[in-house]
Ligand binder design. Structure first.
Ligand SMILES: Nc1ncnc2c1ncn2[C@@H]1O[C@H](COP(=O)(O)OP(=O)(O)OP(=O)(O)O)[C@@H](O)[C@H]1O
Ligand SMILES: [Mg+2]
Length: 396
């Protein structure tokens, strides 16, 4: 399901397939500014969906409304086809790991994990068994008696995870659960969360502003920008075919250039692999070079556009022979950085602009100042309309 079909048709709530549905949800805290705007989103049962976006884009607010700690200003949210406002938060059967979440410091590990069970009236041997199972799942068996202060950051995070899963929730919400951990531990925990998701088949809605974490974990990613979903798609589709310049900037690395659209042109022979409708255009760079690029958008001749090319798509070309399938550009090597797994080369190109190329690490680096030819297939060159003004709309 794409953002477009969700947004155009509203959300269809089919119990049994859709776990969560936001139907035209707006949220304002102050009655003036919308921090979530017209959110339409359907999460499939068993899906791992990530909300990704910059700070303040409305991710936590969207989770809080689902959990029942905030109410939508407009619109509805459904859980298994039932509007949530008819279900109190404690009856929603949702497991949480909150942003900056802390365990109860005075309780030991077992008591922390058993807390949601006690709340649901599960006690004694049944509760002990559940706690043991949850501890085993996060690989902390035997640490029942430790206090949170006696655990490492990663262990505390695993206790929080066990606590969210111990009562067999139908849905697990996690808000930046790994934000406080160092890179290595974060990657290890990502792997464990992915395994637990695969094993339990529970629906996950996960929040992060770390794009590599989102790409690693998710079935689909919803990119938030200023209270709206810019694009919702699989990790591969988001990376290879961003719908907007914002997504192209936010996911992965991109080189951007200002260009002018000259004319529409026929698709090149090797343009297959671009999903959805692609329009091809001849464009002119600031220094007059002519290239072919594609877009999801219809662009008028003479209009300004933003051209994006990923650093890893560019290669050295032996010659700049005209081609029906590739663009060639002249570029002057300015700097080179060795980063272990790749070489980062900086070129002067298109007049005042510079361009980054990621090359294999043991490539023989050409001399600085040398003029070279770079190439990439036309499907790698994408253009977007210039970014629109994103003004806040008030609540009517
Ligand atoms: N309780 C609140 N009262 C008033 N404004 C709030 C409240 N909570 C959040 N906001 C505002 O709503 C907007 C969205 O906040 P939210 O916490 O949803 O963002 P976020 O995407 O989770 O950001 P982050 O990545 O920093 O956690 C922000 O402008 C924030 O200042
Ligand atoms: Mg947040």
């Amino acid at each position: 399901m794409t953002m477009n079909s969700d947004q155009k048709n509203g959300v269809k709530t089919v119990p049994g397939q859709i776990s969560v549905a936001y139907d035209h949800v707006d949220k304002s805290y102050d009655g003036q500014n919308l921090v979530v705007r017209d959110l339409c989103l359907a999460v499939q049962r068993g899906e791992f969906l990530t909300l990704l976006g910059p700070s303040g884009s409305g991710k936590t607010t969207s989770l809080m409304m689902l959990a029942g700690f905030e109410n939508p200003t407009r619109g509805r949210i459904y859980l298994n086809g039932v509007p949530v406002e008819t279900v109190p938060p404690e009856k929603r059967n949702i497991g949480f790991v909150f942003q900056n979440y802390a365990l109860f410091p005075h309780m030991n590990v077992a008591e922390n994990i058993a807390f949601p069970l006690r709340y649901r009236g599960i006690k004694g041997a049944a509760a002990r068994q559940k706690v043991d199972e949850a501890l085993a799942m996060v690989r902390l068996s035997g640490l029942h008696g430790r206090k949170p202060a006696q655990l490492s950051g990663g262990q505390q995070q695993r206790v929080a995870l066990a606590r969210a899963l111990v009562f067999d929730p139908q849905l697990v919400l996690m808000d930046e659960p790994l934000g406080a951990l160092d890179k290595q531990l974060r990657e290890q925990m990502q792997f464990e969360i992915k395994q637990i998701h695969a094993r339990l088949g529970v629906t996950f809605v996960y929040v992060t502003h770390d794009q590599s974490e989102a790409l690693t974990l998710s079935d689909r990613i919803a990119v938030f920008h200023d209270g709206r979903i810019e694009q919702i798609a699989t990790p591969t589709a988001l990376y290879d075919q961003p719908q907007t310049a914002f997504v192209a900037r936010f996911i992965g690395e991109n080189n951007f250039f200002e260009v002018t659209v000259t004319a529409a042109t026929a698709p090149p022979a090797d343009s297959v692999g671009i999903a959805g409708q692609a329009h091809f255009y001849r464009v002119t760079t600031q220094d007059g070079a002519s290239l072919v690029a594609w877009s999801h958008h219809v662009m008028a001749a003479g209009s300004k556009a933003i051209l994006a090319i990923r650093p890893e798509r560019l290669e050295f070309a032996a010659s700049a022979a005209p081609s029906a399938t590739h663009n060639y550009i002249r570029a002057t090597l300015e700097k080179s950085f060795f980063l272990g797994d790749h070489l980062r080369l900086q070129f002067a190109v298109f007049g005042p602009e510079s361009l980054i190329v990621k090359a294999p690490p043991h490539l023989a680096v050409p001399a600085m100042g040398q003029s070279l030819t770079l190439t990439a297939p036309m499907a790698a060159w994408q253009i977007f309309p210039p970014t629109q003004n994103t003004q806040k709309t008030g609540v009517a």
